[in-house]
Write a protein that binds this ligand. Structure first.
Ligand code: APR
Length: 314
């Protein structure tokens, strides 16, 4: 039997992700959204692409979670997206309420699923989804690191005029302006990037990576990035459905790893059929560790704001 993936939020990120999964043909896809007829219309349109792209998977749209029942994997993209001048953090409380209600429905209808959260501000939303779900930590994680790393790899490949496939890199920390691209772990065809590029140029690329989402928001004027985000989500979905045991950066709930306890932050993990199979602990230099801790502190601030809002609401 084919796997079943539900994508909650049939907007730019959700619908593009559904389309990518459909064209790979691994899983039936259900899109759920609050807007009447929107997921139904988009899913029918995708389904009708099936004969052309050679995909037999079912794509269904719904305004209720009944269709999503017993999904193997649920991707949460529901929420509002950034507009120019907004930071990801400006979305916090609105998207917290949305992801809380979505998670309750997901847990009720698919109690054994793996959840990949994508809604921003990413790390705080993963924390919210993890806590709301009551799932073990290996079944709830977030997509940000693959996207941040992809942006970083793109800029390096463009600068060096090499294939993007030959650039390997790792970005740690929260999906915010203080994310931590690890230059020491960046290589091009196995050669450390520091051998190929001046420090000043690398610094510029690191800065552009940190502002990668904002750069797209400023250009689009309405809404935020979705082509690269959906590609990154799909890589995670594939790692789970095909049990690939891939080493990828993801936002995971840490229990002491990297000296961080009780917080969701981006770290390298191994992803397979069980979700997060393990967290890859690597040694960091004092400077790298300082940058990671500072990024985690920014996530903690948002989590504290969420906790206050939750306490005053109850
Ligand atoms: N349940 C289901 N869907 C919802 C809910 C809800 N409670 N609230 C909002 N949505 C839907 C909206 O109706 C919309 O179709 O979520 C969708 C969001 O789509 P877009 O506005 O196009 O936003 P998108 O670009 O897809 O980004 C979604 O992912 O990358 C992040 O920052 C981004 O938080 C944002 C999220």
């Amino acid at each position: 039997m084919r796997s079943k993936v539900t994508v909650v939020g049939a907007g730019n990120v959700g619908a593009t992700t559904a389309l990518r999964i459909q064209s790979l043909g691994y899983a039936d896809v259900v899109m759920v959204d609050v807007v009447e007829d929107l997921p139904q219309g988009k899913s029918l349109d995708m389904l009708e692409a099936g004969p052309v792209v050679g995909s037999d998977v079912q794509v269904t749209g719904s305004n209720s979670y009944d269709e999503s029942a017993d999904s193997d994997l649920v991707v949460i993209t529901a929420g509002i997206a950034r507009r120019p001048g907004m930071s990801r953090d400006d979305l916090l409380l609105t998207n917290m309420r949305i992801t809380s209600s979505v998670t309750q429905e997901v847990v009720k209808h698919s109690p054994n699923c793996i959840i990949i959260a994508v809604t921003n501000p990413l790390d705080a939303m993963v924390q919210n989804v993890y806590e709301t779900s009551g799932f073990p930590r290996h079944r709830v994680f977030g997509m940000a690191g693959i996207l941040d790393t992809a942006r970083y790899r793109t800029f390096i490949a463009q600068e060096l005029k090499v294939s993007v496939e030959d650039v390997q890199a790792l970005v740690l920390g929260g999906h915010g302006d203080d994310m931590v691209p690890l230059v020491r772990y960046t290589s091009v065809g196995g050669i450390p990037v520091t051998e190929l590029m001046a420090e000043e140029k690398i610094d510029q690329i690191v800065q552009r990576t940190r502002n990668g989402g904002g750069e797209i928001v400023a250009l689009l004027k309405e809404g935020s990035a979705y082509y690269a985000p959906s590609a990154a989500i799909t890589q995670m979905v594939e790692a789970v459905l095909l049990d690939k045991q891939r080493i990828l950066p993801a936002c995971a709930y840490l229990e002491g790893e990297f000296g961080i306890n009780g917080l969701c932050v981006g770290v390298p993990v191994k992803i397979g059929a069980n979700g997060i199979e393990s967290i890859m602990q690597i040694d960091l230099t004092a400077d790298e560790n300082k940058a990671l801790q500072s990024s985690a502190a920014s996530v903690q601030e948002l989590v504290d704001v969420m906790r206050e809002a939750q306490a005053s609401a109850s």
